[in-house]
Design a protein around this ligand. Structure first.
Ligand SMILES: [Zn+2]
Length: 243
């Protein structure tokens, strides 16, 4: 999911499908998972609606997590930053707050080993890119980006399951409130909202706004609908050649 925060552009979807052996015919069949309890408890009596129709299906269909807690790795201060750690510290604080905000609705666990992270949040600069359909020279700085990749997860004494992991990149060179807004928005993508809202009062609004919104009831209504959908993720990958 490419977000043209800070600019007026928006493009969608950057899917990294790592293994060409994950062909459609070897993917698990579509099936819904039970709703995670925190999400099951979510209700919106005021019926403020959702933007589920803007959420894109991907190859495994909806990007639903089914093993909890979802493990989140937040890049710590690197050796090169120790001499002047203020910016990295502010970034870590803002990203950690965004993780806590989403943890109200889905069980998230911060882990300190990158290799066990389901969602890895990285502090780095994103290259300039020309938005599709825009003239050369109209490059925009992107504040953040989320990608996912699919893999087969080994399960002891059972068939492997189709799993995904997400890489979230949030630029450090912005005000802390914008790092927080970017992290909140991108974590929404990583947790399954693979699309954007057209209302600037939603955290998943496609562009960065002056007063960044919190996670909204519409964000939550959308997320809950996503988790009610069937997906190929989290289900056993059929053995090749088997029925
Ligand atoms: Zn986005």
């Amino acid at each position: 999911m490419v977000c043209w925060f800070g600019g007026i552009f928006l493009t969608l979807i950057l899917v990294i499908l790592q293994s060409s052996s994950l062909a459609q015919e070897t993917l698990p069949v579509l099936k819904a998972h039970p709703l995670p309890p925190l999400l099951a408890q979510w209700s919106d009596p005021a019926n403020r609606g959702d933007y589920f129709d803007q959420v894109q299906k991907t190859q495994p269909d909806y990007l639903v997590w089914s093993e909890f807690p979802i493990k989140v790795y937040v890049q710590p201060i690197e050796a090169s930053e120790v001499a002047n750690p203020a910016r990295a510290q502010a970034w870590i604080k803002a990203v950690s707050q965004a993780v806590q905000e989403w943890a109200v609705y889905l069980p998230l666990q911060v882990v300190n080993r990158v290799e066990v992270g389901d969602i890895v949040v990285q502090r780095s600069f994103l290259p300039l890119r020309v938005a599709p359909g825009q003239p050369f020279g109209s490059q925009r700085i992107r504040a953040a980006e989320t990608r996912y990749e699919l893999y087969r997860k080994s399960i002891p004494n059972a068939l492997p399951v189709l799993a995904h992991r997400c890489l979230v990149v949030v630029q450090p060179n912005q005000a802390e409130s914008y790092v927080l807004a970017s992290a909140r928005h991108e974590l929404g993508h990583a947790l399954g909202i693979w699309g954007h809202s057209s209302l600037e009062t939603d955290a998943l609004y496609f562009s960065q706004v002056h007063n960044p919104p919190l996670i909204s009831p519409r964000d939550m209504n959308t997320l809950k609908r996503i988790y009610e959908q069937p997906t190929r993720l989290g289900w056993a990958v059929p053995e090749q050649g088997a029925e």
